[in-house]
Design a protein around this ligand. Structure first.
Ligand SMILES: [Ca+2]
Ligand SMILES: [Ca+2]
Length: 315
């Protein structure tokens, strides 16, 4: 029995060591689109760039803009405008090795700003003329959702609906049922919203890039009222485009003014610099990916299996 305990201790420490190594090698990652440099830049959750996990966009004219990742965290999508016709594109990357897997053309023209993705891996690309739905195999359903000609800024899937925000003040937040598409339903008409996010309890957050300022608002779950939780965040002529929720915190890209992180402390949101302002990078959108647990999970499963086998042998 003593020797069995020894074996178990060795196996457990190997599991522990492997787990900590895996945590160092592949942590949660924030991807930020830098529209002027044609890059999707990866950051660890302390805000340090990870060049080996960053992506370059092919033939970019404008963008990348909207970002979305597949539910299994394997693929990252980035919307952009190409110098090579057809111009409106969504690039699909393998997150694990940075390979460009597909360069998809959206049918609706002008600025694929917002991207959303549902639990089945369908990507929704928002453009001037509405929403294109892109199936995981690359099939494009052009004009899946329609609007009245607004520039869609950001998309978010929540509870069976695709929510959109537009830079046009006449239509603040609108939505489509995922199974239906078609004409948009208005959720709330004002104020102007440029970015949208949902907390796990259904709390909506919106961001706004008003002239020379930027703000973030927290809404009641039925969108009947909101509270300002961050004001004057933009600090420039163009400010907030996106807001994303991750693990209790909010992330807001500020164009040339870096990326902010909002933390809830005792009922009050406080805003700190996540990525410092840099004239060389225009951060437009963010997307946070939790790494694929595949390898580690397999290893742990294997070792547990080995333990069970050893235990049986002793009996
Ligand atoms: Ca968002
Ligand atoms: Ca986002």
């Amino acid at each position: 029995m003593k020797s069995f305990l020894k074996v178990m201790l060795v196996v457990l420490s190997v599991v522990g060591m492997t787990a900590s190594l895996a945590a160092v090698a592949q942590g949660d990652t924030l991807y930020a689109s830098s529209a002027t440099t044609g890059e999707v830049i990866a950051f660890d959750m302390a805000g340090t760039p990870i060049p080996s996990q960053s992506f370059s966009i092919p033939n970019t004219d404008l963008g990348p803009y909207g970002l979305a990742h597949s539910p299994d965290n394997a693929y990252l999508y980035a919307g952009y405008e190409s110098t090579v016709a057809p111009t409106d594109r969504v690039a699909k990357y393998d997150i694990a090795n940075g390979t460009l897997l597909a360069d998809l053309t959206t049918a609706a023209s002008d600025y694929p700003f917002g991207l959303g993705i549902d639990s089945a891996g369908n990507v929704y690309a928002g453009t001037l003329l509405g929403i294109d739905k892109i199936a995981p195999d690359g099939t494009i359903y052009a004009g899946w959702g329609t609007t009245s000609g607004q520039y869609i800024r950001d998309l978010e899937v929540y509870d069976g609906y695709l929510y959109a925000v537009t830079q046009d003040g006449a239509m603040g937040v609108f939505k489509w049922a995922l199974g239906a598409g078609g004409a948009a339903t208005t959720v709330v008409t004002t104020p102007r919203c440029d970015g949208i996010a949902f907390g796990p309890d259904g709390t909506p957050y919106t961001s706004h890039r008003e002239t020379n300022t930027g703000s973030v608002r927290e809404w009641t779950s039925d969108f009947s009222s909101f509270t300002e939780i961050g004001t004057n965040l933009g600090r420039g002529s163009v400010g907030v485009a996106d807001v994303d929720y991750f693990d209790g915190d909010l992330y807001v890209p500020l164009h040339k003014n870096g990326i902010l992180k909002g933390v809830l402390n005792g009922g009050t949101w406080t805003w700190t610099t996540f990525v410092s302002p840099d004239d060389n990078y225009y951060y437009e959108y963010v997307d946070i990916v939790v790494p694929e647990p595949g390898t580690l999970a397999l290893l742990v499963t294997g070792l547990i299996g080995l333990l069970c086998y050893a235990w049986r042998k002793r009996k």
